[in-house]
Design a protein around this ligand. Structure first.
Ligand code: SAH
Length: 241
């Protein structure tokens, strides 16, 4: 039932955490595990997975964050340190409710044990999930964070099942992470050639803006069209001069 929702673990260094995360997922009905460059997947992972070793053995192992989220149109990054991202911040319950109304592929991304998610990774997420823990000690064990988020997903799913008829699913017309990445490249290229973008700061702000706007696929096409129109005119100017 949760096949369109994947849990992505970035560069996990303790192989046991992978097993514990798999167990956490399976108890709540999730099965799609993506591992981005894990240090190792070994006996310890299988031991801690207990009966959820199928999730470990079927995990998709990929080499980059982008690869793990490429076909997802909703990407949520989990981190304990997100104060600077107020406008896109969600708690686990809100996050689960949002996800339960969504039909496209969804990634919930968890960071490294030591340093969590990098800023450039957080910028690729539409929303940011933070478990409102003790502000003086807010970092949960990776698998425990996965457990809590998966539990809320299950609760939201069960609640929706009860009022199935009163809910309409959000239409699946949002671009995938890959389509968005292509759009950001296009934006950067055009504005660089116009001399408007001279450093990465602007692109980061634009990424944040477009992600927050939840741009739909047809809207993205219009934005591409606008960029292409500017490009065409630029080419003509270059030929004339
Ligand atoms: N020391 C790291 C914490 C890593 S814990 C740091 O300061 O960022 C490993 C992962 O578990 C985090 O990257 C995050 O994805 C998840 N996690 C742990 N505590 C969390 C919390 N309170 N809210 C949301 N995610 C959390």
């Amino acid at each position: 039932m949760f096949d369109h929702i994947r849990i992505v673990l970035i560069e996990t260094s303790h192989s046991g955490n992978i097993g514990s995360a798999a167990r956490a997922m399976k108890t709540m009905g999730l099965s799609q595990l993506y591992l981005v460059s894990p240090k190792s997947v070994d006996k310890q992972s299988l031991a801690l997975a207990a009966g959820a070793d199928d999730i470990v053995t079927n995990a998709h192992i990929v080499s980059s964050f982008d690869e793990a989220i490429a076909d997802c149109s909703l990407v949520i990054g989990a981190s304990a340190r997100l104060r600077h991202l107020q406008s896109t911040l969600l708690g686990p319950r809100e996050c689960a409710e949002k996800i339960s109304l969504y039909q496209g592929n969804i990634a919930i991304v968890f960071g490294r044990e030591r340093v969590g998610l990098r800023n450039e990774e957080l910028l690729k997420c539409h929303y940011h999930l933070t478990i409102p823990a003790n502000p003086d000690y807010s970092s949960l064990n990776l698998a425990m964070a996965v457990q809590l988020v998966s539990y809320e997903l299950r609760m939201a799913f069960l609640a929706n099942k009860e009022n199935e008829n009163s809910l309409s699913l959000i239409e699946q017309n949002y671009p995938t992470a890959e389509q968005l990445a292509y759009f950001f490249e296009h934006t950067e290229r055009v504005y660089q050639s116009l001399g408007f973008i001279q450093n990465q700061g602007v692109m980061q702000k634009l990424r944040r803006l477009y992600n927050r706007a939840s741009v739909e696929e047809n809207e993205l096409n219009i934005l591409h069209g606008m960029l292409s129109a500017v490009e065409k005119r630029l080419e003509l100017l270059n030929i004339d001069s």
